[in-house]
Design a protein around this ligand. Sequence first.
Ligand code: SF4
Length: 703
Amino acid sequence: RPSGISEPFGGRTQCPFCSVQCKIRLSEEGVPGEKVTIRAQGDDNAASEGRLCVKGQNAHQHALSRERLLHPLIRRDGQLIRASWEEAMQAVTDLFKSTAQRYGPDAAGVYGGGSLSNESAYLLGKFARLALGTRYIDYNGRFCMSAAASAGSKTFGVDRGLTFRLSDIPQAECIILAGTNLADCQPTLMPYFNRARENGASIIVIDPRATATAAASDLHLPIRPGTDAALAAGMLKVLIEEGLIDEKFINERTRGFEEIRERALGQMPLSQTAEFCGVREDLIRRAAIMYGRAHTGMIMTARGVEQQTDGHLAVREFLNLVLATGKIGREGCGYGAITGQGNGQGGREHGQKADQLPGYRSITDQADRAYVASVWGVEPERIPGAGVSAYEMMELIHRREIRTLFVMGSNPVVSNPNVSMVEEGLRKLDGLIVADMFLSETAEMADIVLPVTSYMENAGTLTNLEGRVLLREAARPSVGESRHDWAILCEVAERLGRGSEFPFQSVEEIFDELRLASRGGRADYYGITYERLRREEGVYWPCGEDRDGGSGLMFEQSFAHADGLAVFSAPPLVETSDKAISAAYPLILTNGRVLAHYLTGVQTHRSPTLEAREVATFLEIHPSAAKRIRARDGEWVQIDSEAGSFYARCRITEKIREDTVFAPMHWGGQQNVNQATLPGLDPICKMPGFKTTPVRVSSYRGT
Ligand code: SF4
């Protein structure tokens, strides 16, 4: 047991690791002061139904780790040295003040995270805009949800991860899972799909790898990475040609279909689509017909489709399938973006994004700005304009336009693409402040490190992938001198002379202001209170003035656009340059998660049980590709791209395409897959092309 923990703990908490937000009941057994065993059991709730995966079963281990930061650190003579909170807070305040005086408020940047609670995400946005006065705030969810979020907003008028309830899944007759490996990433959801299959449903998986999810499917389309938009457009062509579209739904509930129909008629033949996507023509046709003939059906996408430089359009192509077949707004139907991060949904709703204010309000819309300003008690002019996306902030840092960066709940030096540029940029900063539980790779580079409480100590609300707002109570007191992230923000704001705008004494007070700020917005939380969350075990948004959280099923009567209609998208289909492999870089590198780890592994590498399951990164490679470079299973290989190199142990498997290699995203340093990923961004949502890096793999004999 690490120092600083004196209280026995227990009670109900919530897994910090993914968007299902499974409830956990913790208990201690043994003799206090001697050996104590901690047990984590799944606790009943509507989303996870009492299940926990291995990450949830061991989530307490990192919170109890001896590596937890227990006091602030300040860099002196090149070393991070223990400091008091008074010294750290003064240093942070001096840094922000001097940056603003010398270069103006926009020389400060704020970088948040999708694992922060709703309250912390909300407060971080307010802190950046009012306490610092900077336009530059964005967060790591830009790399997670931006393509699906922008596509959902354009198509439906609002972005909510799932447009249906998890409990509806068993009612679907056909389910398409595109670029999502649920079995490893959200394992506690798999029983919903198993139940659907028991009811006779067909499950179609689109993925370059034969994942554990593909193994549980009826049809696997092993797609070439980066061609999802073309595959979905090919399926739509089949649906139109076979007459498997819902004309009534299209006429009554959508607009833009004629353009789609015209495009489909002039589109390349399916055989050509099949060749482009690397998937047999008959499989594409079969998938389209299975989905088209089903009376009910769902499509879910995740990062495989979204983390591309045309991720926004790729998602919209899948949404075209949903609309063309009228499979939305009724039971057993809908679209779902499988959120990755613990608060991937709520984290993107309340103002961490460069272009958004709380409740999905737009930072450029005058009425939205005026409303939020009135809640904050300031003139609208006090709210700066839109900033730039997470990776673009890194470019501004590299160009020395941002001089001081405040990072909370994120590890950008591992999670950004093109990390050598990012690292170089962070070293140029006048000041880097990191609030974290551990000395992450980014915290190691910091000038000031602020220790924060973990999920077990910090209460707050989180919104799971189905838009269900859940209250996570604190399960034990803070450890050491660690402080809640929201309390740190309030104190810095106070020291910057903005204390009256940050008067909060509890997370509930912050939530009450969030409710007000979101009132009438597209993500409306106004009708949700802590008291209600304790009583009702989660409430779906939108939940406004009438306090009706709704059933969780969206778009039964109308969509969220002003005319109530959903919108088809008919972009031209082009292959973008980052997908082009060459003689120099003949393989496509894609990345993703493994069961035992989460994000950049800052927390899961500190859980002995999880770390023991996967101690180093690896590169999945097909036997024929491995043979060409004479690599043997388990040997280290070097992976090079135009951006840089990383190293991984070779894992030879026939479960991956011959032209594709896969590496997980959970390791930093020389094992960081992002040493190789390229800087290209989706022009609409600014998502980097994580899934489509042309690379060369060679044997590595070094150590
Ligand atoms: Fe549940 Fe996700 Fe945590 Fe696993 S990682 S226990 S699926 S919330």
